[in-house]
Design a protein around this ligand. Structure first.
Ligand code: SF4
Length: 429
């Protein structure tokens, strides 16, 4: 049986036929194909459904603001794709009178669309005879033909694989063939442990019989970058600003950041120290984004008065109001933690603890829990009111900034602790 016939037969029985974008609607197919770039089907489905609900047609998307698109994209990653959708919508409005083009050469000129994505859009929308060559399909072809990729240049390999897939593409049913190849690549001929026993190509595949080599992706080393988020809190609102320069999170809103160099040993120490402190709001965490591994730490600064801001670029984001703006995943994660903390705090408010505050020399509401372990932590908990503690936090921020203290250096922390004791327990207060 011919290659294409095996693929089409398999599709008939096992192929995915009920994906939400399989509706012969070129606009929705285009959105799904952009979302599916570097992202798996199961991850894409909820994002696609949300997007479709908000922007069901090209007409509705043309009126969209970039913030609205980025909001729907938040968490899906590779935000350049959202910017490409926005740019494409503008081009389609101006150049194509609001209608998505049908010509492959025109489609390939649109932002973020190459030969493979253009082929996918046209074959799925109109069953035009164009092939797809995504990473899953490349893997099938390489294994099937036992192609030695070690000494091949990328361009050379691409030409070879395009020739092969165009040779296998049937005259009819390009849509079913393409979908079937994608399904087999992601479900059967998987990166690790391909399920050759259930693959329709197994009796002619060179990989399954000869096992000439395994295709190991050249793993690019991830760049390690430390990020300090400075989180300014005013009641339930947090200061975030829009990043407009070229960055992984271009167009999204997030806290002011300070990047720093990080080593694994240093990171382990930070984690250990943070975990020991019971009052830690946000435990340091890591986050992968494109070719980077981010090591994220946070600094929470509570302020009493908020200043007026340029509302387009800088905002006070109330975490309970859910304003529709684009926010990167790690910031979303931080907001979930902070939301929980605020809710817990509000619960505790009902049971106020009144103490005699050494700072104000009068009765006042005490802290909810000791912020430090050891004797000093207990002393503060028993003798320092919440109000006095807030005074100190303000003073502390000032000292850190003026003296340029680094809280990961023991000497600087000890200096700050001396200042704190003097400030809180000095008899002159
Ligand atoms: S037989 Fe195995 S290696 Fe060959 S295409 Fe099928 S799953 Fe991939």
């Amino acid at each position: 049986m011919l290659f294409a016939q095996k693929i089409l037969n398999w599709f008939h029985y096992h192929g995915r036929k009920n994906l939400p974008w399989q509706k012969k609607n070129i606009y929705l197919i285009w959105i799904s194909e952009i979302m599916l770039q570097q992202t798996q089907v199961n991850t894409v489905i909820p994002y696609f459904n949300k997007f479709k609900k908000k922007f069901p047609t090209m007409k509705s998307l043309i009126k969209a603001k970039i913030n609205e698109i980025l909001y729907l994209w938040s968490g899906l990653g590779y935000y350049q794709r959202a910017h490409n959708i926005y740019k494409t919508a503008i081009i389609i409005k101006k150049k194509y009178n609001g209608l998505f083009p049908k010509n492959i050469n025109e489609i390939k000129k649109l932002p973020g669309i190459g030969q493979s994505t253009a082929g996918a859009i046209l074959s799925f929308a109109y069953n035009f005879g164009y092939a797809i060559l995504d990473s899953n399909i490349k893997r099938i072809l390489i294994r099937f033909h036992s192609i030695n990729i070690v000494n091949k240049k990328k361009r050379q390999l691409d030409i070879l694989l395009w020739n092969l897939i165009n040779k296998y593409l049937p005259i009819h049913h390009a849509n079913k063939f393409n979908q079937s190849m994608m399904d087999i690549g992601s479900l059967i001929c998987t990166n690790k442990n391909p399920k050759c026993s259930i693959c329709p190509l197994n009796n002619t595949c060179n990989y399954s019989y000869n096992k000439p080599f395994d295709i190991k992706k050249k793993q690019k080393k991830k760049n390690k970058i430390g990020i300090l988020f400075s989180i300014m809190q005013y009641k339930n609102s947090f200061f975030i600003k829009k990043q407009n320069s070229i960055s992984i999170w271009k167009g999204l809103f997030y806290f002011p950041i300070t990047p720093f160099l990080i080593s694994i040993n240093e990171w382990k120490k930070i984690i250990q120290k943070k975990k020991k402190k019971k009052n830690t709001n946000i435990i340091p965490f890591t986050h992968y984004v494109s070719n980077m591994k981010l090591y994220i730490i946070t600094q929470l600064i509570k302020i009493k008065k908020k200043n007026k801001l340029n509302k387009k670029e800088k905002i006070w984001y109330n975490i309970f109001l859910n304003k529709k703006i684009g926010i990167p995943s790690p910031v979303k994660k931080i907001f979930i933690i902070l939301k929980k903390k605020i809710k817990e705090k509000n619960m505790k408010k009902k049971n106020k603890r009144i103490i005699f505050c050494s700072f104000f020399k009068k009765n006042a509401e005490g802290l909810d829990y000791p912020f430090f372990t050891g004797t000093i932590g207990q002393k503060i908990y028993q003798e320092i009111s919440k109000k006095a503690w807030t005074f100190w936090l303000k003073k502390q921020t000032k000292i850190i900034n003026e003296k340029k203290l680094n809280m990961f250096i023991d000497k600087d922390r000890e200096y700050l602790e001396r200042k704190m004791k003097k400030f809180l327990f000095s008899k002159n207060n």
